[in-house]
Write a protein that binds this ligand. Structure first.
Ligand SMILES: *Cc1c(COP(=O)(O)O)cnc(C)c1O
Length: 374
């Protein structure tokens, strides 16, 4: 057996930037140079002073504009990423009973957090097999519907629509979808995400776009006297966010990189621009897989095929992990499948920072590796 990890992919087939991971994901070099430019006046300065508060303000303003938030919606942020936000929602947004659409690793985790909470009723968990998504079922006992815009572990996206016949909150994990998929804010009450995916920044932060109804729910639960640790108390995060601060110290570099990406989107046409890059990349990836003799899109339903994270099954005769390993040895990284899915597939991030032309080069590199006989 030849050692395929030593295989050299010709330079003209390689992507210019080899980062295709689904998070942390490619950070644009332009954002890093901009960070370098302000490194001595911004990094290492107090997050309670105007230098940093102004940047947090730019982030909140930028997200408001990017998502065309209606009057009364607020941009709230805090530390701990989307995973922390599940616990926050469990304490501060679910009144009694939530319903969760569970169709992969991430969506199942919020459901688990709600199930384990002693102060809540047992949630309604509607599950479907990886590769698709379930539909929500309106039920009078539910006060919060937990949706996931893009299930990053399987590459399934779902349209965000507000269900009729209910006043319950619609709360959306948009961690890998926000900025890459279009959404109408009228259809959600809380749209939360971490910035290390479409926002091409680092992890550790969460942002939530919250409707007046969600903000009122936070107050209502707080006033009910429910015990909640301060870091899970969304009312504290809301109060701090309105002052362009966070409850405790945020990573300033992360905040800045997120602002930079947001403003890059806005300067180029906003969500239309950012989503069009994902559309273009996904057409390239799925188009290649559809016409390939050995690759097939994992998600059968075309409308559910994610435009931000593509999952591509390989014929059993080709070892996807070996292909990924060979690519890695050539500087093209993180196309390994989601570890727990256990399929012979690759997973490719197509976030806005990633050049569609690099996705095209990636497909050429894969073809080269496979044709060279792996
Ligand atoms: C990455 C991801 C998360 C977890 O985000 P963290 O910042 O690591 O907490 C949650 N949900 C989805 C859909 C994700 O893609």
């Amino acid at each position: 057996m030849t050692d395929t990890t030593m295989m050299q992919i010709p330079g003209e087939l390689l992507p210019r930037d080899g980062r295709f991971g689904s998070g942390p994901s490619k950070v644009r070099p332009e954002a890093l140079s901009a960070l370098q430019d302000i490194s001595t006046s911004y990094l290492g300065t107090s997050h309670r002073q105007s230098t940093v508060k102004d940047v947090v303000g730019r982030l909140r303003e930028g997200l408001r504009e990017l998502f065309s938030l209606p009057e009364g919606y607020e941009v709230v942020l805090g530390n701990g990423g989307a995973t922390q936000f599940w616990d926050i929602a469990t304490f501060s947004l679910i009144k009694e009973r939530s319903q969760h659409l569970s169709f992969g690793e991430f969506s199942s985790k919020f459901a688990s957090a709600a199930s384990a909470a002693p102060h809540l009723l047992s949630p309604d968990i509607i599950k479907s097999e990886p590769g698709g998504h379930p539909e929500l079922r309106v039920d009078a006992s539910i006060d919060l519907y937990a949706l996931t815009h893009n299930e990053t572990s399987t590459g399934v996206m779902m349209a965000i629509e507000r269900p009729g016949g209910t006043e319950a909150l619609v709360v959306v994990d948009a961690t890998s979808g926000a900025g890459g998929l279009s959404v109408d804010p009228q259809n959600f009450d809380c749209y939360y995400f971490s910035p290390q995916k479409c926002f091409a920044s680092e992890g550790g932060l969460w942002m939530a776009l919250m409707s007046p109804k969600a903000l009122a729910r936070v107050r209502e639960i707080k006033e009910s006297g429910r015990y909640m640790p301060a870091t899970l108390d969304l009312s504290i995060a809301v109060d701090n966010s309105l002052l362009n601060q966070t409850y405790n110290t945020p990573a300033l570099a992360t905040v800045f990189l997120t602002v930079h990406q947001t403003e890059w989107f806005l300067e180029n046409g906003g969500l239309k621009f950012s989503t069009s890059r994902c559309n273009e990349s996904s057409e390239i990836l799925y188009g290649w897989a559809d016409s390939s003799s050995y690759a097939t899109p994992f998600v059968k339903e075309i409308d559910s095929r994610s435009k931000v994270v593509g999952t591509i099954d390989f014929d059993p005769s080709i070892d996807a992990l070996k292909v990924a390993k060979t690519l890695r040895a050539n500087g093209v990284v993180d196309v390994e499948p989601y570890r727990k899915l256990g399929r012979n597939q690759i997973r490719v991030a197509m976030f806005p920072a990633i050049e569609p032309s690099d996705v095209e080069q990636l497909t050429k590199s894969i073809d080269y590796v496979v044709k060279s006989g792996i």
